[in-house]
Design a protein around this ligand. Structure first.
Ligand code: GLV
Length: 310
């Protein structure tokens, strides 16, 4: 079996080593993104860790393409029609993203945004603490990761809402879906956590109109994809004081350009796309398990629906 990994040489060695150890009989090759490899041999499986403009001209008909991320927007449009694209499902990411989401929610719950504002004004003023059951937290996206976050928030005692394509049954979570459910879901949220991927349906979903429905002083957390949030609208609502703060891990442009206005916005906490890092060992184990299943003619989970985009 031949496997090609699309990955720059500087990033490749842990992946090549892990795949070689897990599949000792496979022939592994590396594709340098955006380079042409003359006479590249055809591979049964392609691991598209990085986007490459030349990859699928060389590999037009693999049995399947895998990403090493939960998000697939970097390759979705390039994968040849009819070839299954398979994304990472959790593999250690959910647990990390739960911790990140809880930390950002606690920041809002403990009024750190307000105290940061007060600090800038050298103002000493105590506020009543708010009990978690009076703090309404909305999770957008209730797949493996979003559901884990919603469950953890329920365990912490928060009032939790969830929004997804269809209504989901999760204990303690008020579930919303669809156009009409969207406004009721947003109305009065104290904390909004986006876990949604970038798709045609989610792009610009969090615009001024949507964000204006949140409670005054609300906090926005984005750990899904940057395309979901209209950046200028967020800045305007923070400037006007309608929103209290934001914790952002994903951006339209990554790395976030040095002249981006987010850097100097005191109400925004920026992290460099670290809320759910891929764990190479667990990810390779998951991909290899799926390759073995496909080789036995079995179906696997995590296959992306090209229409939905996740
Ligand atoms: C990270 O953003 C991922 O998609 O895995």
């Amino acid at each position: 079996m031949r496997i090609v990994l699309s990955c720059p040489s500087s990033q490749a060695s842990p992946w090549m080593e892990l795949f070689a150890a897990a599949l000792p009989d496979a022939k592994l090759a590396r594709h340098e993104p955006d380079r042409s490899h003359n006479n590249a041999e055809r591979a049964e499986y392609v691991i598209a860790a990085y986007r490459s403009s030349t990859l699928f001209a060389e590999q037009p008909q693999p049995k399947a393409v895998f990403t090493v991320s939960a998000g697939v927007s970097h390759v979705l449009r390039d994968v040849p029609q009819g070839v299954p694209l398979i994304r990472v499902e959790d593999a250690g990411m959910a647990e990390q993203m739960v911790r990140y989401a809880i930390a950002a929610t606690m920041r809002a719950a403990l009024r750190f945004d307000e105290y940061a504002r007060q600090q800038r004004a050298r103002k000493w003023l105590q506020h009543e603490p708010r009990a978690p059951q009076h703090i309404v937290v909305g999770v957008m996206g209730l797949g493996v990761i979003g559901s884990a976050i919603a469950r953890a928030l329920v365990d912490e005692g928060f009032a939790v809402r969830g929004f997804a394509n269809s209504t989901k049954t999760l204990p303690g979570v008020a579930s919303f879906a669809g156009g009409a459910g969207w406004s009721s879901y947003l109305d009065g949220l104290d904390v909004l956590i986006n876990v949604l991927p970038a798709t045609a349906a989610t792009r610009n979903l969090l615009d001024r109109q949507a964000l204006s429905r949140l409670r005054d002083g609300a906090h926005v957390v984005n750990i899904g994809r940057g395309d979901v949030l209209v950046e200028g609208d967020l800045i305007a609502l923070l400037d006007s004081g309608k929103l209290g703060g934001a914790t952002l891990d994903v951006f339209r442009d990554e790395p976030l350009p040095p002249d981006h206005p987010f850097w100097s916005q005191p109400e925004i906490t920026i992290t460099p796309h670290v809320s759910g890092l891929t764990i190479p060992g667990e990810t390779v184990a998951q991909i290899v398990t799926k390759i073995r299943a496909l080789e036995r003619g079995e179906s696997v989970s995590g296959v992306v629906d090209p229409e939905r985009g996740y």
